[in-house]
Design a protein around this ligand. Structure first.
Ligand code: 4AD
Ligand code: MG
Length: 469
């Protein structure tokens, strides 16, 4: 009996291997159904692509009665056989099994949480360790990977360097005071019996330290030497993240470019997003077709439409006029000087423009201390990219490169310059106009997949009431 080379299900289904070739595939059973003619059809997934492959097992196989006929959802197997053109419609190839080895049974099939039926997303969040076995989370995981890969490729092809910024830090990069504190837990020198009584909440080797909210300030330092850099890493916010678009732990991509202004910053965001959308459409057609069919019917068409048209760009002041004239009854008031709420952002992107829109030049009072003051003295060179269905996915700005104005903004925000000396140095030694933005990775995943809750865009969501695993 020929075992055949081990191949990914993706490759077996791709047509790259001629029919008649012996192959071995390994994975987890989705379903098994039996025909009256003494055949069992096992749908086997290894996660390499959306579709499982069908394994056809005849009741003449040695372990048919004892094992194959008892296979159910979640069992792991190694199946060998001949790749053949599928008789059934839809699938191109299947495997006529010569041997199926069961590597792992499911303890109690009745209580196995991932049954072959639709599950609610709320339920699946409770079994975050098993949800990757569903169609939906398999697809989200592959698309998330493809987006990350495309982002790195985009920057690499455009001469950017990836800079890894610290996770533990003493500076509040947003000046918004929404940080998690870091404390040490060193029990090594204590006898086990005394460990329960210890004060767990000591600080970071004698200093107060926090988990970073953004790598931007550190990235600026590298930008002012390497010209084009970006970060891609986890960030943490102790804000009330009990919403469908906030996480306490999320990943952010933060490019920073030297000798650049706000318009160039917005153009960079546009180029990056378009590159990502094109990559997802080109590289994940099977997963995207699933999202369009089952999750959000415009999942594919809106990305295609977005690729075809330039970004809309409007000023904050203009956005306020549009909202005021909309005749909509918003929950939060619309007035110049107030921050845009999600309902406002979604109106602008979904109803007014019908596609993503960049809003620029916000009132200085509602934006971060590092943003460059415009000549009007009342707005800063900030920009947010708002996407239909979610609102803000990108927040960025041209940075205040003039030390006197930066100091004035820090004083206005009540920030202690002592904590920002190194950041001030960047304005003292060879300062240049520069700009950058932060792209929320999970918000981008939500947008691309058409999800409605950000907790489904990250493997293990961290949010109020959700810290297991
Ligand atoms: O607008 P934010 O707060 O900007 C910054 O952090 C800047 N330092 C970025 C920069 O200019 N380098 O956050 C940037 C993006 C938001 O547009 C949003 O997509 C995402 O990060 N984001 C969150 N995503 C999930 N959960 C949260 N709690 C988020 N807070 C921000
Ligand atoms: Mg923002």
């Amino acid at each position: 009996m020929s075992e055949g080379t081990v191949v990914e299900v993706k490759k077996a289904l791709s047509g790259a291997i001629p029919a008649g070739t012996p192959v071995t595939v390994r994975g987890w059973v989705r379903t098994r159904r039996d025909s009256k003619a003494g055949l069992s059809f096992v749908a086997l997934s290894d996660g390499s692509c959306f579709d499982p492959i069908q394994i056809v097992a005849a009741n003449t196989l040695a372990n048919y009665a004892d094992e194959i006929s008892r296979l159910g959802s979640g069992c792991s197997v190694i199946a060998s056989g001949t790749l053949v053109a599928s008789q059934g419609k839809g699938q191109g190839f299947e495997i006529q099994a010569s041997a199926i080895e069961v590597t792992g049974w499911v303890d109690d099939p009745e209580t196995y949480p991932i049954q072959p039926k639709p599950h609610s997303l709320e339920f699946l969040r409770e079994v975050a360790h098993l949800r990757p076995r569903t169609n939906l989370f398999g697809a989200v995981t592959r698309v998330r990977h493809t987006i990350a890969n495309a982002i790195h490729r985009f920057f690499h092809e455009n001469g950017f360097f990836w800079v890894n910024t610290p996770i533990i830090t003493t500076s509040d990069a947003e000046g918004a005071g929404q940080m998690f504190r870091v404390s040490t837990l060193d029990l090594m020198n204590l006898p086990r019996t005394e460990r329960g009584a210890i004060d767990f909440h000591r600080d970071f080797f004698g200093r107060e330290a926090f988990l970073t909210v953004s790598g931007q300030l550190n990235a600026e330092a590298y930008c002012l030497a390497l010209s084009k850099v970006y970060t891609f890493g986890p960030t943490f916010r102790a804000e009330n993240s009990n919403t469908a678009r906030h996480l306490a732990e999320f990943w952010m991509i933060e490019p920073e470019i030297a000798f650049a202004d706000l318009d160039q910053d917005a153009s960079l965001a546009e180029a990056l997003l378009k590159y990502v959308f094109k990559a997802v459409l080109d590289e994940r057609p099977d997963d995207m077709a699933f999202f369009a069919e089952r999750i959000e019917k415009t999942a594919v068409s809106r990305l295609e439409g977005f690729l075809a048209a330039p970004f809309a760009r409007i000023d904050y002041s203009e956005a306020i006029d549009i909202l005021a004239r909309s005749g909509k009854a918003f929950e939060y008031p619309v007035a110049w000087g107030a921050d845009l709420q999600t309902e406002h952002e979604r109106y602008l992107a979904e109803e007014h423009v019908g596609r993503p829109v960049v809003v620029m030049n916000y009132p200085e009072k509602i934006k971060a201390f590092y943003m460059r003051l415009n000549d009007d003295g009342r707005t800063v060179a900030a920009m947010d990219v708002l996407a239909p269905g979610i609102g803000e996915i990108v927040g960025g700005a041209q940075r205040e490169e003039r030390l006197d104005l930066l100091d004035a903004r820090m004083a206005q925000f009540g920030l202690d310059p002592a904590h920002y000396q190194w950041y001030r140095d960047l304005r003292r030694y060879g300062s240049v106009p520069h700009a950058g933005f932060g792209l929320g990775f999970e918000r981008l995943v939500v947008y691309v997949c058409g999800l409605s809750n950000i907790r489904d865009a990250i493997p293990y969501p961290r949010a109020p009431g959700q810290a297991e695993y």
